[in-house]
Design a binder for this molecule. Sequence first.
Ligand SMILES: NC(=O)C1=CN([C@@H]2O[C@H](COP(=O)(O)OP(=O)(O)OC[C@H]3O[C@@H](n4cnc5c(N)ncnc54)[C@H](O)[C@@H]3O)[C@@H](O)[C@H]2O)C=CC1
Ligand SMILES: O=P(O)(O)OC[C@H]1O[C@](O)(CO)[C@@H](O)[C@@H]1O
Length: 382
Amino acid sequence: MLAVHFGAGNIGRGFIAEVLHSNGYEICFIDVSQPLIDQLNEKRAYSIRLAQEEEETIEINNVYGLNSQTEESKVIETIAQADLVTVSVGVNILPLIAPVLAAGLKKRLEVGARPIDVIACENAIGATTALKGHIKDQVDDATIWEGILSNTGFPDAAVDRIVPNQSREGLDVMVEPFFEWVVHTEGLKIEKRLDGVSYVDELTPYIERKLYTVNTGHACIAYLGFVHEIDSIAEAVKNPTIRRELEGVLEETGRLLEVKYHFEREELKAYHQKIIGRFENSHLSDPVERVGRNPMRKLSANDRLIGPLVQLHERKINTQHLLKVTAAAFLFDVAQDEESVQIQRLIKERGLLETIAEVTSLSPDHPLAEEIERAVAELLNQ
Ligand SMILES: NC(=O)C1=CN([C@@H]2O[C@H](COP(=O)(O)OP(=O)(O)OC[C@H]3O[C@@H](n4cnc5c(N)ncnc54)[C@H](O)[C@@H]3O)[C@@H](O)[C@H]2O)C=CC1
Ligand SMILES: O=P(O)(O)OC[C@H]1O[C@](O)(CO)[C@@H](O)[C@@H]1O
């Protein structure tokens, strides 16, 4: 069986491929990094090392790569023959892979290929649904789009495994032992269920619990870590002030999840403790700059900070810790992170309040915009 996976990066190699490989798939990685593709085709294998006390590695073989920029026709042919398509490129990259995916799914119709699922594994709510929309934009002919829809499943999913940036040298990846991949049963076309994947009829509670707990908590450590000039996540989470804010933020998003989905408080507290233990993993060297990367995405309306902040505000539930983390995200200034550079430029050109409104999609006179502005001032005066 052949799986095509877009994005031979941290999660692609360090998580999705492990699950696909253990289910017997050969994996064709699609990427735009030629060095990565060359190594995949030369070595055809790599190791996944678990970040834990005892030495444990998982050998991944039966892999190869194609470059979607220079080998487009081969990519289309491969999609036409594949048994599954998965994606982990970054939610902002999804529109860029839509053309070749549309061509591949169209080719499947021409050759009479059996139904297939396309699953986007990104840190975003509804990423596969978004990808489906980008693919639809590439297909003018309504009949062909109907054909693709009847032959392709686009189930949304939630993925969770901390995989820090790996050294560019090799293919091997260091990952935390924990992983969770949850796929929405709605929209699936393939009967086969993958071992290691949970299938749920109701995905939203899971993905919001993950995004508003793991990712919001991680963002809290990253952005306050940056403000406290601490480089690594494991170090930042030991800082008593940051730890207090982390527990406060998880308390706040936990309240939202309780109110929305009636998660048991004790169950949420156990989930929080497990996640804090994951963040403390000293075997993982995860820089603050990776976890805080792309602050415009993370400060956007439906992501891990503004999403819960607005929903809590609407319910008149306390958001002091989330406000502090959101404010810290506006101070995240990393020369190599173009989104952080863009935010700092906006602050200089248009002022903080306008920038807050622009990045979060809150109106400048929304009480939260003014509260974020105040929280930034408080952080700067600390
Ligand atoms: N790293 C982590 O711990 C986790 C990351 N995620 C999510 O997984 C997604 C990927 O994250 P990472 O693997 O960390 O990023 P990454 O940057 O390591 O991997 C992304 C890969 O996509 C490739 N790419 C970029 N443009 C492309 C294109 N047009 N066509 C094909 N490939 C292209 C890049 O060359 C890179 O190899 C993101 O949505 C992230 O939020 C989700 C859970 C955990
Ligand atoms: O990949 P993103 O969305 O930039 O943020 C990294 C997030 O992914 C995670 O692995 C959590 O799934 C953490 O690394 C972090 O919270």
